[in-house]
Structure formats: structure tokens, C-alpha cells
Ligand binder design. Structure first.
Ligand SMILES: NC(=O)c1ccc[n+]([C@@H]2O[C@H](COP(=O)([O-])OP(=O)(O)OC[C@H]3O[C@@H](n4cnc5c(N)ncnc54)[C@H](OP(=O)(O)O)[C@@H]3O)[C@@H](O)[C@H]2O)c1
Length: 327
């Protein structure tokens, strides 16, 4: 048997790697678990919690996470997204208006830091305590170079910088959680496309812009932010996880999907959201990534290095014009 073209020089190495992957995959939940299945196991951990999800338009991953969490009686579910109309559609779809005191809509446009500040202030008025924040909103591979009102590359701000500011502005409420607060940052295997260009997040003002590299940069930033939250706030009880949902495909009526992509379903793609947000048995793994409902150690080192994470934190503070120190 030849292994030419692989990264391994011998059959023994290949087998050792397969074994390692199998061991790594042995976690609490089977890798093909759906959010619904995981939530059934964690039902008592969801019950009574105050949860915020960003980006919850119908048919997206945020809406599926909202639907599953809402089935298990959270104390309050806040959906924060760009348009009240789409949040309302999701609230209707998950049956939220039957118990409207348990679900709230907040307008949040991550592409505008003024909107982020307004949304955070509104949330602090709605509730003094937040138990779980799921930073799910995101845009992917914007074809043309675009900048935000504040002048940052669009994917970098929507996927990372807006969430950085939003999270820090509501952190006082998270730290009041009697259950131990959780922050889940939704990243992607797409982080493998690029590290964060700390010296030039704007691709030479668009001259060297590549939509996939820009997406990769923003998704690496999501993991680095997770690492920083853990480094700075674990001592205050906060736990933080990054999530890779996999490549989510919506199945055709005939059951077919694209050929060369290991597609996953919306339910499977959101299983890690539920684990990251509610599974207390992984408290000691804070700062790590989750994929397929279990801890996943395959993220690139440029996305997990605490020194790079600290540099991104300081840069993000500079970009939003506010320092967040938790000593
Ligand atoms: N789907 C996948 O295969 C996949 C794979 C890896 C990672 N992910 C990650 O999973 C997350 C959810 O993706 P998805 O597939 O569910 O995408 P989606 O269906 O496009 O949903 C994205 C959500 O983000 C919101 N959003 C976009 N721009 C925003 C802004 N400026 N301010 C606030 N909210 C904004 C959208 O709101 P509008 O409806 O108003 O646009 C929508 O609710 C993303 O972070 C994505 O990077 C997805």
C-alpha cells in the first residue's frame, strides 16, 4: 500500500494518525449528533437560562439554535440581528409568540459600531444578567472589497470586531450569571484560509483583497477572541468556546448534495453550539474549539496562540476606541 502524496511517510504513521483521530473523536456525544439530540441530554442545563444569539434569520444556523434552545424552557431568549422583520419571522417559526415574555428581539448591525453600542445598551436595559452569548452572525466570502461605516473590511468587522465590542459591552451582565457565563464564538474550517493580518486587516485598502482570505482572517479572529476571553476571564468564572459548524448543506428533495464536500445538516452543524453553551462537563476545556459536538484540537496554531490572541485584543481595542481590561 502506497501513501505517496500524503503527509505520512509510513503505513505505521497513517495508522497512528487514524487511531489518534478516533481517540480525539471519542467524546460525550456521537459526532453526527444533532442540536436537538444534544439538547435533550442537556435539557436541565438550558432550563432557566438567559441566552442571547446574534444573527437569527430564518433558516440560518442561529435560528436552528434558537429553535432548539427555546424547546427547553430558557428563562429568556434574546435574538439580536439586523432586521426586526427577520427576527420576528424566526420568533414565529420557533413558536415564541405563544410566550412572548420569554423571547425578545434586538436590532444589531455589526457593520456599524454605533448600532453595536445601542444594542448592548438595550440588552442591559432588558436584563441585568446574561448566562449565555452565542456570537453566530456572520457573512461569508463577500465578493467585492467593502468597508464599514468605521472603515474596516466588512467581514473583519461583522464577523469579529462587532462581536468583540458587543461581547465586552455586555460582559458585566455575563459576569453576573449565577450559573457561570458562557460565550460561544462561531468560527469555521474556513479559518484555515488565513491568519489575521495584524499589520494590515484591510488588505492594503482592498488592493490585495481576496474574499476567501478575508473570510479566513475573520474566522481565525473568532478563535483568537475565544482564547483571549478564556485567558482573561476564566478566573472570573467565564467559559468560552469556538465552534466549527462544518459545511452545512440543505438537502435536496431527492436527498442529493454537492459531491466533494463532507456536508452536514443544519441540525448537526448546530450541535456544537449547544455543547459550547451548556455542557458543564467541558468546563475545564474552556478556550478550545468544538466540532461535531466534541472538543476538536485541529485548529491552526496561528488561530490558537495566546500571544497572537493578545495582540488581536489590543488591536481590536484600538479599532473600537475603548479598552477592556479585566485584571
Ligand atoms: N453555513 C455553513 O456551512 C457554515 C460553515 C462554517 C461556518 N459558518 C458560520 O456560521 C454562522 C452562521 O452562518 P449561516 O450559514 O447560518 O449564515 P446565514 O444563514 O447567512 O445567517 C447569518 C446571520 O448573520 C446575520 N448578519 C449578517 N450580517 C449582519 C450584520 N451586519 N449585523 C448583524 N447580523 C448580521 C444575518 O442576518 P440578515 O438575515 O439580516 O443578513 C443572519 O441572521 C456564521 O458565523 C458563519 O460564518 C457557517
Amino acid at each position: 500500500m502506497s501513501h505517496q502524496g500524503t503527509a505520512f511517510s509510513s503505513e505505521k504513521e497513517v495508522l497512528a494518525n487514524v487511531l489518534k483521530r478516533n481517540i480525539e473523536q471519542v467524546g460525550r456525544f456521537p459526532p453526527d449528533s444533532t442540536a436537538e439530540e444534544v439538547a435533550k441530554v442537556l435539557a436541565s442545563d438550558i432550563n432557566g437560562k438567559i441566552v442571547i444569539i446574534t444573527g437569527a434569520s430564518p433558516s440560518g444556523l442561529g435560528a436552528e439554535a434558537a429553535r432548539v434552545i427555546f424547546q427547553h424552557n430558557p428563562k429568556l431568549l434574546i435574538l439580536a440581528s439586523r432586521s426586526i422583520k427577520t427576527i420576528d419571522e424566526t420568533i414565529v417559526a420557533i413558536g415564541g409568540y405563544k410566550s412572548s415574555e420569554k423571547v425578545r428581539a434586538v436590532v444589531l448591525d455589526l457593520a456599524d459600531l454605533d448600532s453595536v453600542r445601542k444594542a448592548a445598551a438595550e440588552i442591559l436595559e432588558i436584563t441585568p444578567t446574561v448566562d449565555v452569548l452565542i456570537n453566530n452572525a456572520g457573512i461569508m466570502m463577500v465578493p467585492e472589497y467593502k468597508t464599514t461605516k468605521q472603515g474596516f473590511e466588512l467581514q473583519f468587522q461583522v464577523n469579529h470586531l462587532g462581536h468583540f465590542l458587543f461581547t465586552n459591552l455586555i460582559l458585566s451582565a455575563l459576569l453576573k450569571s449565577p450559573f457561570g457565563p458562557r460565550v460561544v464564538n462561531v468560527s469555521s474550517a474556513g479559518h484555515r484560509a488565513s491568519e489575521v493580518h495584524l499589520d494590515d486587516v484591510n488588505f492594503k485598502n482592498g488592493e490585495t483583497y481576496d474574499s476567501f482570505i478575508a473570510y479566513g482572517q475573520s474566522k481565525s479572529a473568532n478563535i483568537l477572541f475565544t482564547v483571549s476571553l478564556d485567558q482573561k476571564l476564566q478566573k472570573k468564572g467565564l467559559r468560552s468556546f469556538a465552534v466549527d459548524p462544518g459545511s452545512v448543506g440543505w438537502w435536496n428533495a431527492d436527498g442529493s448534495l454537492g459531491e466533494n464536500i463532507p456536508w452536514t445538516t443544519v441540525g448537526q452543524g448546530t450541535s456544537s453550539y449547544i455543547v459550547g453553551a451548556f455542557d458543564r462537563t467541558i468546563d475545564d476545556q474552556s478556550g478550545k474549539c468544538l466540532a461535531k459536538a466534541n472538543i476538536d484540537a485541529t485548529a491552526e496554531s496561528y488561530a490558537t496562540d495566546p500571544e497572537i490572541a493578545e495582540k488581536l485584543w489590543v488591536l481590536s481595542e484600538k479599532f473600537v476606541g475603548q479598552e477592556f481590561r479585566y485584571d
